[in-house]
Design a protein around this ligand. Structure first.
Ligand code: UT7
Length: 330
């Protein structure tokens, strides 16, 4: 018995934050942002939309495209670093309730930008062990709720959105999630961090005055580790499965920075027509980035059932991972 990627859905907020808008907010230029990141604009959620609202919209589409009824879902996993509530309840519980599903397993995972690949790995394990039959996985973020719009080194990067997928059962290897590798190194935890509001620095007037509730990033250091780690990770998973870049239909990397994607694709010999790019329009949407990219390729008619996708991600923790997945939406 195999686990299988049965459907994709996404929600992209209609409000956009453009480079020109950012020029009016911080000391930056459209030219600098485009050159250094490849980003033009980022979707931004409305003030009254929380992460579960974005996740719910994406989840509805993924369930309807899977051909299943919501009652067939027996677990909901939401990957997010911008949950509706800091500690509880989980965003997955809120989304399940909004979908009208109860009495099922529902929980969040925190693996930053790698969250969707981590969630996929958990769903694969649930299904292949026989514990669950249809797992709804979601990557959803309202990054605008933790971005400091006075910090030009981070506010130019991030956007809001959600992507969701239904992972089910198949008896065919060519419809399966072939392999997933996930990893981490917590010694780099201060490279991407929201220092305030947790048990280490509980929320006080002082933490708020010092902006510790906002995301901080050592961008340049993270950039270098990202390129090396992503390249090594992809080489390993391809080698382990006796595959080469030629066997892959679409390479779908985490959309953090066009320069990172370009550099990794070149090192791995992926022609750019096989590389899925959404960073220009969506920016970096953390855990939502990969499922939003898959959905974009699906809705533009490029991604077809039977295509072999290579997912590759890197983010705070540090965490990273890669996955070889047949797209099996019928
Ligand atoms: O999703 C999780 C993983 N995240 C990543 O992988 C993100 C990785 N990092 C990056 O994408 C890039 O490092 C950035 C886009 C954040 C920055 O690009 P960079 O080429 O690494 O620039 P840098 O940090 O080395 O800064 C170069 C210069 C600095 O000025 P000086 O010191 O050379 O005078 C910065 O102050 O660019 C300056 N700078 C800016 N200038 C205009 C930094 N941000 C901006 C800005 N506009 N927005």
């Amino acid at each position: 018995m195999y686990s299988s990627f049965k459907s994709i859905g996404a929600y992209i907020p209609s409000k956009k934050l453009t480079n020109k808008d950012l020029e009016k907010m911080v000391d930056t230029t459209d030219e600098w942002i485009k050159q250094r990141t490849g980003i033009d604009e980022r979707p931004i959620a409305e003030d009254n939309q929380s992460t579960s609202d974005l996740a719910y919209e994406a989840a509805k589409i993924a369930i309807s495209r899977s051909g299943l009824e919501k009652e067939d879902i027996d677990a909901v996993i939401c990957a997010t670093i911008t949950p509706d509530f800091l500690c509880m309840p989980s965003t997955a519980c809120v989304v399940a309730d909004k979908l009208g599903i109860s009495h099922i397993t529902a929980f969040d995972i925190s693996a930053a930008c790698s969250g969707f690949v981590y969630a996929l790995n958990i769903a694969k394990a649930f299904i292949e062990s026989g514990m669950k039959k249809n797992v709804l996985i979601i990557g959803a973020e309202k990054m605008s709720s933790i971005v400091d719009y006075r910090d030009r080194t981070t506010c130019i990067l991030f956007g809001d959105g959600a992507g969701a997928a239904v992972i089910g059962v198949s008896d065919k290897k060519e419809e399966s999630i072939l392999d997933i590798h996930t990893s981490s190194d917590g010694s780099y935890r201060d490279f991407l961090i929201t220092p305030g509001g947790g048990s280490k620095n509980p929320c006080t007037q002082e933490t708020i005055d010092n902006g510790l509730q906002y995301l901080k990033m050592k961008g340049n250091e993270t950039f270098k580790i990202a390129v090396n780690t992503l390249t090594k990770d992809v080489k390993n998973i391809l080698e382990k499965n006796s595959l080469s870049s030629e066997d892959i239909d679409f390479f779908i990397p985490h959309q953090a920075n066009l320069r990172i994607i370009d550099s990794v694709a070149k090192k791995l010999d992926f022609p750019m027509e096989k590389v899925v790019l959404t960073v220009e329009k969506y920016g970096n949407t953390s855990a939502a980035s990969i499922p939003m990219a898959i959905n974009n390729w699906y809705e533009s008619g490029k991604l077809k059932s039977g295509n072999l996708m290579l997912l590759d991600t890197f983010g705070g923790g540090l965490t990273w991972g890669s996955a070889l997945v047949y797209f099996s939406q019928k």
